[in-house]
Design a protein around this ligand. Sequence first.
Ligand SMILES: [Ca+2]
Ligand SMILES: [Ca+2]
Ligand SMILES: [Ca+2]
Length: 203
Amino acid sequence: MSSIKLISLLLLVAVLAVDSSSILKNTNRKFSSYWATKYQAFFDIIDVDEDGIVTEEEHVGLTTKRAQKVLPSWRAMAVNGIFSNAFRVFWSNKYTNYKTNITLEEFLQESEIDIPISTEKVAEISSNMFGTFDIDCNGKLTIDEYSKFLFIFRNTAKIQPIFDAIDQNANGLLDAEEFVSAWDLYWYHQKFSTTDIILGSRD
Ligand SMILES: [Ca+2]
Ligand SMILES: [Ca+2]
Ligand SMILES: [Ca+2]
């Protein structure tokens, strides 16, 4: 092996080592019943026909269709990208034998094991989500922009109180930090947060 090849190989090994150390470890988390209710709420949003199974079509196809109703087409395609990626990472992966029909129980079981995603990727999902709905690209979400996000998550509740819960500094706009922090609290934290209403509600 030439020394250049060897060096590249060593670099590759180093990169892989860094990457696996940044995988989010989920094993030490107690899977709180509160956390399960959040995941169940999301499952119910995605399970549009309410048959207790989330299909790839429901997760990616139908979500994209809702996005197309409220967003310009390239932004709807961004939603499609986020949801098809998320489906592969969180739902249909090696832990579920790449199944494309997932029950709530399977989804919860899978969420108890290590999330097969790096911390960098988690941050990327959150900020992509924010950017997708920031229609005028000014770094803030107005209530109108945020209402499009809520539409995708099939919210039927009044929007203003939900918006106010995420708007921590009460300036009438959601900045990236407010949105991303609420999003990450929803997905990765066990305890209740007043911002957990971020995906809206269908009550
Ligand atoms: Ca279904
Ligand atoms: Ca904006
Ligand atoms: Ca604000």
